[in-house]
Design a protein around this ligand. Structure first.
Ligand SMILES: [Zn+2]
Length: 214
């Protein structure tokens, strides 16, 4: 694992890299939200799979960051140690500060948080051709939510995991990672919302191949 940076409280933010011979670079992220541990389980199992079998994943490169928000993950809280929702902290045109006490607080300014800046630095350094960012969600709202030129990717994932492909999560998400990467940078981006009522094992089995769609 490569250390990308550190969290507010000094925990390492780490990435697994597997280089490839092709032009594609696919990035996978888990735990933007620390209270979504199934995203970490799926990302870690995926790293194991990529590491164990070089024939899996095509000829492109892979970068997997299993825990974007290690302070939140340590406490099982959505937000980071500064109580910022990292998925509302990206420097998009629609970024807003939001309410400080809100669970979706966008931070005192865009990209105020070291975790956000570590992700931005990684993307600017390695120029991914596809991004899958893993979350979990309740109330049967699981989906392959796409931003930017990723409708076909979301549909291909749906054919494997049977989650609906959706263009909107159903509420505004100013400053979200998907807006920053997918809509504003046109990197095909899918926010994979796992069903939080399913077991970690089932989430992995339903998505182990969906993460690999060509
Ligand atoms: Zn989430």
């Amino acid at each position: 694992m490569v250390r990308l940076g550190e969290s507010v409280e000094g925990r390492p933010i780490e990435a697994y890299f597997r280089s490839g011979s092709g032009d594609a670079t696919i990035m996978v992220f888990g735990a933007f939200h620390g209270d979504e541990p199934k995203s970490v389980h799926v990302a870690r199992r995926f790293i194991e799979r990529l590491a164990l079998d070089a024939t899996v994943g095509g000829d492109g490169g892979w970068v997997v960051v299993p825990v974007v928000n290690p302070d939140g993950f340590a406490r099982r809280t959505r937000r980071n140690a500064n109580k910022v929702d990292l998925n509302r902290n990206f420097p998009t045109k629609n970024w807003t500060v939001g309410k400080r006490r809100s669970r979706m607080f966008g931070g005192t300014k865009a990209a105020s948080e070291p975790e956000t800046r570590a992700v931005i630095g990684l993307i600017e350094a390695h120029r991914p051709t596809r991004i899958i960012t893993i979350h979990s969600i309740g109330a049967n709202r699981y989906c392959n939510n796409y931003d930017g030129p990723a409708q076909a990717l979301a549909a291909a994932m749906s054919a494997i995991n049977f989650y609906p492909a959706t263009a909107s999560i159903g509420y505004p998400t100013p400053g979200s990672f998907g807006t920053w990467s997918g809509i504003e940078r046109e990197i095909p981006t899918v926010t994979l919302e796992l069903p939080s009522h399913h077991s970690s094992k089932r989430c992995w089995l339903d998505n182990r191949d969906a993460l690999l769609v060509p």
